[in-house]
Design a protein around this ligand. Structure first.
Ligand code: HPA
Length: 317
């Protein structure tokens, strides 16, 4: 029964990928990263695109980041107060997918924060925009090839766990990715990582502990949680949420888990900081993107404290 359900879900995911709108990359050779079907995925061309993105960035800056920080929906304000060394709009990097969602600016910001060399991805692309999963994780792969060995992934999520509240924060200790296509499908890119990657411990325990200790000091509520990623763009139904809760999920969102998978594949240290913007479907009246945006705006001061504290106390490598 469970297997049959999983099969049905994966069929739905595939047909959504096939009926894509027209996502845009800054590239003329979209085919290089187009993996609408596994057969169409050309690992060698994709790797060339990665390398080409790396060379274009290196031609614009010699900054070598240690840490990549991906800013999620409504959390982009964090970038307003950093000491910028170099900014590169995604649209200036041939091959980079360009975000179409309002609130996802689409700029790489090379900067120093709390003495750490950081590259901020201000804006990410999502599977629901019509991008393939390899396109979704392409920017993070490029940042790793530029030097980043650690990634901090941030996002807005709905709370499935009844003990959580809007405005709380969650650091993932595990995830469920079974309802979205893996970013690692298709021929493996051996230069990035191994074919069958262990996912027993994706999230870095030291970094989770640092987030918890900062939160305690600052009087911010955080939880250790399990996140489930869905494709979106529609929010879930109450029945889906009930099932996700039974599966062990505490939060739900439309990004982040696939990036964590791609990061783990490349051997990166991974930490997530999620802001709870709403209770999941069936736990509150109804859901809206405006509400999600408002709630993440309201959380921005606490979000800044957590990220600043984490960057201060974590090891660069
Ligand atoms: N579901 C999916 N994604 C989300 C939610 C949600 O309730 N809230 C913020 N992102």
């Amino acid at each position: 029964m469970v297997l049959a359900l999983l099969f049905l879900f994966s069929l739905t995911a595939c047909s959504q990928a096939d009926s894509k709108a027209e996502p845009t990359t800054a590239s003329s050779d979209q085919a290089a990263v187009n993996t609408a079907s596994d057969q169409a995925f050309d690992a060698k061309e994709y790797y060339k695109t990665l390398q080409n993105c790396v060379s274009q960035i290196k031609a614009k800056t010699d900054f070598v980041p240690d840490i990549a920080l991906v800013l999620g929906s409504g959390l982009g304000d964090y970038a307003d107060n950093v000491k910028v060394v170099k900014e590169i709009p995604y649209s200036e990097i041939d091959g980079f997918p360009v975000s179409t969602v309002p609130g996802h600016d689409g700029t790489l910001i090379f900067c120093e924060i709390k003495g750490k060399k950081v590259v901020i991805m201000n804006g990410r692309v999502h599977y629901y925009e019509g991008y393939t999963m390899p396109q979704v994780v392409l920017p993070l792969r490029v940042l790793h090839l530029l030097g980043a060995k650690t990634v901090i992934l941030t996002n807005a999520v709905g709370a499935i766990n009844e003990d959580y509240e809007v405005g709380d924060f969650v650091t993932n200790v595990d995830h469920i990715s079974s309802f979205v296509p893996s970013p690692l499908l298709g021929e493996n890119i051996d230069e990035l990582g191994e074919r069958f990657t262990d996912m027993s411990r994706v999230y870095d325990e030291d970094m989770i502990s640092i987030v918890e200790s900062i939160a305690k000091k600052e009087n911010i509520t955080t939880h250790r949680g399990v996140m489930i990623q869905v494709t979106g763009p529609q929010y879930e139904t109450p029945t889906e949420i009930k099932n996700f809760r039974n599966m062990g999920a505490d939060t739900v969102g439309m990004s982040t888990v696939v990036e964590a998978i791609a990061a783990k594949h490349m051997g990166m240290r991974v930490c997530t900081v999620s802001c709870i913007t709403n209770m999941a479907a069936g736990m509150q009246e109804k859901l809206s993107h405006d509400e999600v945006k408002k709630a993440s705006d309201n959380s921005s001061a606490n979000f800044t404290k957590l990220i600043d504290g984490l960057l201060t106390e974590m090891k660069a490598e």
